[in-house]
Ligand binder design. Structure first.
Ligand code: AMP
Ligand code: FE
Ligand code: FE
Ligand code: ZN
Length: 282
């Protein structure tokens, strides 16, 4: 079993990078990708754990970006695998995103603090140094304050995009990000491109534009895609000669997604490894 999209406490997962690898090994995963939002800070700890649990580790990240093919920008997530984590463009852009995610969370917590008993310290209590801060951590602070039951309830109510508490954050252009990932020797895969329950998704023309910029694949098998969406995306991947992946998008206990619930074929992993500049660690 190959699972190429998971999160640790380096972003909004609930398991430490070491524990994430252990959980994957116990579930029978043979190759795991760690793909925290906008950071590589979990790589070293995960690598050490991969050796201990005899599991293949694909080092990656899920990079926040904005597709501007349409008049309005649409937020997209790009999985980036096996790239040089010191590449200046990617380092600068992900750092800028993380910084703005922190400012944005400060603004959201201040707005929420007008109506609910939460403060910035309550949010910090839900993170560690180096964590990429996201709405899930604000949800955790609301849970700790007894305002909501779980992350799901927070996302269904006050944290939903468009509420009076919602604030957006900086993210780099998607075409530029695909090119930067390639320049860093990495392999860019479009994460959950058809997850329309979360918000607006991009038109096919954007996928074509990203493919022309060097996109390697589409994450087709993902919990947030209906059977119809999967069929449509598989057709697009075929016509654009893109790889097709499937992954869990596991976030520990922070989301319903179970590790290994969607998986990627070995031939697809081989193609990714062939294109990437880093090795799969063991
Ligand atoms: P942000 O990137 O800070 O805007 O927050 C979006 C993140 O929240 C995504 O990475 C999702 O994994 C996570 N998320 C979205 N909906 C939910 C939910 N219902 N429960 C838990 N996490 C969620
Ligand atoms: Fe997430
Ligand atoms: Fe995502
Ligand atoms: Zn994810």
């Amino acid at each position: 079993m190959i699972d190429l999209h998971t999160h640790s406490t380096a972003s909004d997962g609930t398991d430490s990078p070491a524990r994430l690898v252990e959980v994957a090994a116990l579930a029978g995963i043979k190759t795991l990708a760690i793909t925290d939002h906008d950071t590589t800070s979990g790589w070293a700890e995960a690598a050490e754990s991969a050796g201990r649990f005899q599991i293949g580790l694909v080092r990656g990240a899920e990079i926040s970006a904005v597709a501007r093919t349409t008049g309005w920008g649409t937020g997209v997530h790009l999985l980036a695998y096996l790239y040089d984590p010191t590449h200046p463009d990617l380092v600068a852009e992900t750092e800028r995103t993380r910084d703005d995610r922190t400012s944005r969370a400060r603004r959201m917590v201040a707005l929420l603090g007008e109506d609910y008993p939460i403060t910035w310290d309550d949010l910090l209590a839900q993170t560690q140094p180096g964590t990429t801060i996201g709405r899930p951590h604000i949800a955790d602070a609301l849970v700790a304050a007894g305002v909501v039951r779980d992350r799901d309830e927070a996302f269904a109510t006050m944290l939903r995009t468009g509420t009076r508490y919602y604030v957006g954050h900086y993210a780099p252009d998607a075409v530029a990000t695909v090119k930067a990932v390639r320049a860093a020797g990495g392999v860019p895969v479009f994460a959950h491109p058809g997850a329309d329950a979360r918000g607006r998704v991009v038109p096919d023309s954007t996928i074509e534009e990203l493919a022309a910029a060097g996109l390697a694949g589409l994450e087709v098998d993902h919990r947030d895609h209906t059977p119809d969406t999967r069929r449509r995306l598989r057709d697009i991947a075929k016509s654009l000669e893109l790889l097709v992946t499937g992954s869990s998008d596991f976030h520990g206990s922070g989301k319903r997604n179970l590790i290994g619930e969607n998986t990627t074929e070995p031939e697809v992993l081989e193609a990714i490894v062939e294109q990437g500049t880093l090795e799969v660690l063991r």
